[in-house]
Design a protein around this ligand. Structure first.
Ligand SMILES: [Zn+2]
Length: 621
């Protein structure tokens, strides 16, 4: 059986197979101006064309049914082929010879002759980075650890290190130890540049990531220098034959045994949280590396918790109290339901992550946090309900509708009644009314499923392209996807909260995951797609890459600046509104200190907003 097709060959096929020609074999495409082509969608019935193809970006998107993707996706969907079959077929058509990874397929323990070499390279790289942590150049890295409450022993226990800023120090070191360039690139520790190999990680604090057997298979790297030209706060090893981010859990080597014996796994959000939890005595803590906790991670944990055929034990997520954390909880809730039943959430009262919690309140507070867990379903329902004003009748009804939809999503029917009762308690509504609404929501969702054609994608949660409320967010993201070159250096201070629609936030998160706009290259759109498994985000990304920008001229840096500054200004305005409302609810006499602090913050924010306004105006002139 042949193994997996090499990634670079897949990329070559994607680039060589012209999307307009491939799609043109199924759909008549006409020029629609601006480098776009249009036709009648092959995935849904329509009379006027809403199916768009942008050959320069190799993407298609239908604004009618939200089908979208690259040339490979199109053939897969059209002809019902697997990914591999599709790539093989396209490769034959365009004459790209394919090479396969050694070994029987993509399984992560597939071994193959390479694995020992790649693991060896990582082991030596980790030792090298650890040594570098003592150098004068690494002072800021040591300070970072220090301010997070980690001493030398802690750093040594977790093997934390530092990657020099030089650019090729590690590459040179490993070459001297006999590694070939091909091995270093395959391992992901070096990159192939125009003038030879360069170190993939430069001037960063380094965490070695180990598999459960203790082999180092990758690295997590945190930005510590302000002039680091890669903006992403964290970089991780990209996919390699030994590193699959959908399965990797940081800390699993240390936590594995404890998870099995304690029948408990604690999922935290980052490297420092794993360290803090373990040092505080919570030795079952692990974290995903640069990606959300997904089904593959769940399988890894389940394998450890598995006792005979039965899945026992608790999986406890320490989500941030913030929106991102709540979204993560929702995702877990919508995932594997067996898993959801055993899933708990622990949120510190003041929203602190385990690292900060340990720093501010000590080891015991971290252990207490884990002990204070609540069932996931209660946490999620609580979040939904909290969005509504329960003092008003219409607020309670809206909350009920929203929450009832969630309750119907629970596949385990035996739990539905209990959840409905719990919901009634939260809302202060008669349990019978809740049961009725849950049944209504259930019949609505099954009715919709029958009415929709089978290939129709669910468009729930996708923003309307013309909604004026989100036009600015959409236009900015279009530039991010289509014109990273003109917008890249404007985005340094743009954060997730510039985007208010959850779907746009999700796109921004994918951009960040893909290394930020500064990391954009010819593979940019493909890389964005590769950084999410969420169908809706896939669809939105294809829409953003084919939709025309809203200027008749070629968009330039000034056009991008106008949007980014305005986006930031609007975000500042939102923060001002929030702060004003908080001020109104604060008693200036009882709470004088807090009141003055907020007032000072408001003044500063107003000034910041005015500056952004001026910047936006400057860029229009
Ligand atoms: Zn369509």
């Amino acid at each position: 059986m042949p193994g997996r097709i090499k990634d670079e060959d897949i990329a070559t096929v994607r680039e060589t197979a012209r999307i307009d020609e491939v799609i043109g074999a199924y759909v008549t495409l006409r020029n629609a101006g601006g480098g776009n082509m249009k036709g009648l969608c092959p995935f849904h019935d329509e009379k006027s064309p809403s199916f768009n193809v942008t050959p320069s970006r190799g993407m298609y998107h239908c604004f009618g049914c939200n089908a979208g993707g690259d040339v490979i996706k199109f053939v897969m969907e059209m002809d019902g082929l697997s990914f591999t079959e599709t790539v093989e077929r396209l490769a034959e058509k365009v004459g790209v010879p394919l090479r396969y990874e050694d070994g029987p397929g993509p399984a992560r323990n597939s071994g193959g002759p390479q694995r020992p070499r790649l693991v060896e390279a990582h082991k030596l790289a980790a030792a090298y980075y650890a040594d570098q942590l003592a150098t004068p150049e690494a002072m800021q890295a040591r300070q970072f650890l220090d301010t997070r409450g980690f001493d030398q022993d802690a750093a040594a226990h977790f093997g934390v290190g530092f990657s020099p800023r030089g650019g090729e120090d590690l590459t040179r070191h490993l070459k001297q130890l006999g590694f070939s360039e091909a091995e270093l690139v395959a391992a992901g520790v070096s990159g192939q540049g125009g003038r030879g190999l360069y170190d993939r990680f430069r001037g960063r604090l380094m965490w070695p990531i180990r598999d459960s057997s203790g082999d180092v298979i990758g690295f997590g790297a945190r930005r510590i220098f302000d002039d680091d030209r890669i903006e992403a706060k964290y970089l991780n090893t990209s996919e390699t034959p030994i590193y699959k981010k959908s399965q990797v859990l940081y800390g699993i080597d240390l936590a594995r045994r404890e998870i099995a014996t304690a029948s408990q796994a604690v999922i935290v959000e980052g490297y420092t949280d794993v360290m803090a939890a373990h040092l505080a005595g919570v030795k079952t803590a692990v974290a995903t590396c640069g990606t959300a906790f997904g089904d593959d991670h769940a399988r890894v944990i389940r394998r450890l918790l598995q006792d005979h055929d039965e899945f026992r034990g608790e999986v406890i997520f320490t989500f941030d109290g913030d929106a991102a954390g709540q979204k993560a909880a929702m995702r877990a809730f919508e995932g594997d339901q067996n898993f959801a039943g055993q899933t708990y959430v622990a949120v510190a009262a003041d929203g602190l992550d385990p690292c900060d919690l340990r720093l501010q309140q000590g080891d015991a507070a971290v252990r207490d946090l884990v002990a204070s867990r609540v069932p996931l379903y209660r946490f999620v329902l609580g979040n939904v309900v909290a969005r509504y004003d329960l003092d008003r009748a219409d607020g309670r009804i809206d909350a009920l509708r929203e929450a009832a939809k969630l309750v119907t999503a629970i596949r385990d029917r035996s739990k539905v009644d209990a959840f409905a009762r719990e919901l009634a308690g939260m809302l202060g509504i008669d349990p019978n009314d809740v049961q009725r609404e849950v049944r209504r929501a259930a019949s609505r969702s099954s009715g919709a499923a029958v009415a929709a054609p089978p290939q129709q994608r669910p468009d729930v949660g996708l923003p309307d392209a013309r909604d004026p409320k989100y036009v600015l967010e959409r236009e900015t993201l279009k530039l991010v996807v289509q014109r990273p070159g003109i917008i890249g250096n404007l985005l340094a201070e743009v954060t997730e909260d510039a985007f208010t629609h959850p779907a746009y936030r999700a796109v921004w998160a994918v951009v960040t995951l893909a290394g930020g706009v500064a990391a954009a290259d010819e593979q940019w759109t493909a890389r964005l797609q590769a950084n999410t498994a969420d169908e809706r985000v896939h669809s939105l990304l294809s829409a953003l890459s084919v939709e025309q920008v809203m200027t008749s001229k070629e968009p330039d840096a000034a056009y991008a600046a106008q949007h980014v500054h305005r986006l930031r200004e609007v975000a500042a305005m939102r923060r001002i509104e929030d702060l004003k409302s908080k001020l109104q609810r604060t008693n200036p006499i009882d709470d004088q200190l807090e009141y003055n602090r907020m007032f000072g913050e408001l003044v500063a924010l107003e000034q910041h907003r005015r500056q952004l306004r001026e910047l936006a105006l400057d860029s229009t002139s």
